[in-house]
Design a protein around this ligand. Structure first.
Ligand code: C5P
Length: 286
């Protein structure tokens, strides 16, 4: 049977820090509790491809979140260069010409492309200002369809969009979800948040978490607690828990859900996954 999350823990830590030194020090403190890191515009501006190489050189996976947006030829060539670095995920904006150019640029490399559909900071008024007579939800839906047609690998979306994006995009699309907070953790400037377990239950493949981990007194412990929280909820398969134990992290047994070797996607219809409940909400998907 096909498995989900069998390759790795579903957690990506956002290295939103000013310098490569700070980033590497954080990675050291987190140790074996995380193996996938997001390098965003700030750190990439400070550390460039070298910080990416250093992270990859430590055997870590890298999500380069620099949201490419330019004419097709430029996006294709930039994507080719980034793919040569060996990053695992790269974000591009969700316009068809950009997505198609990026797909061409990454060719048969291992880099997976994630589309950003509508920036979560945009509301209906912002879209009207840009000339789009649509709500964020409508535009997200349209762009998810185009992303699938363009052969994009996945989508970055908010916890409030994840169930609908999964429904439209189908089981093959990787859904990467920021805006996630454990109950009781400070939401910061994130307005619409879900807990890690809720986001996973709604259909997420990976959660992007920044400050809850990076600003914690003990970042490693913070990661372990999030993984444990997901494990307890049963929405992350047992194989992953076993592999986590092997890496030295202790987990409680899942209370319910998947057995080793079973896939949540194999035994659930897409509509079955649209049941995530969120600790705060809004009327737009951003
Ligand atoms: O600190 P926090 O967990 O809020 O960090 C979330 C990360 O995900 C940041 O790097 C932020 O830029 C990114 N992000 C987000 N919301 C989106 C898209 C990306 O918070 N809608």
């Amino acid at each position: 049977m096909k498995q989900i999350h069998s390759d790795a823990r579903p957690l990506i830590i956002a290295l939103d820090v000013e310098t490569p030194e700070q980033a590497l020090s954080l990675v050291d403190r987190i140790g074996p509790a995380a193996d996938f890191y997001k390098v965003g515009m700030e750190l990439y501006a400070a550390g460039g491809p070298e910080i990416v190489r250093q992270l990859l050189g430590r055997g870590l996976r890298v999500f380069l979140d620099i949201k490419l947006y330019d004419i097709g030829e430029t996006v294709k060539r930039a994507t080719r260069q980034i793919a040569r670095l060996g990053v695992h995920f790269l974000t591009v904006h969700g316009s068809r010409s950009i997505m198609e150019a990026a797909v061409e640029g990454r060719a048969d490399s291992g880099t997976q492309l994630l589309a950003v559909t509508v920036l979560t900071s945009l509301d209906r008024d912002d879209l009207a200002d840009l000339g789009y007579p649509a709500s964020p939800a409508e535009l997200v839906a349209l762009r998810v369809e185009k992303a699938v047609e363009s052969k994009i690998d996945g989508i970055v979306c908010s916890p409030l969009e994840v169930a609908e994006v999964r429904r439209i995009g189908g089981p093959g699309l990787k859904l990467v979800i920021p805006g996630v907070r454990s109950a009781g953790a400070a939401a910061g400037d994130q307005k619409r948040v879900a807990t890690p377990a809720e986001a996973m239950a709604a259909g997420a493949d990976y959660l992007v978490i920044g400050r809850q981990v990076t600003r914690a007194e003990d970042p490693r412990r913070a990661c372990e607690e999030i993984l444990s929280e997901i494990g307890r909820s049963g929405v992350w398969n047992a194989d992953s828990l076993v592999s986590q134990r092997l890496s030295g992290i202790e987990f409680d047994e899942p209370q319910r859900g998947n057995q080793a070797g079973e896939s949540r996607r194999d035994d659930q219809k897409p509509s079955d996954r649209n049941e995530g409940r969120f600790i705060s909400g809004g009327d737009t998907p951003d």
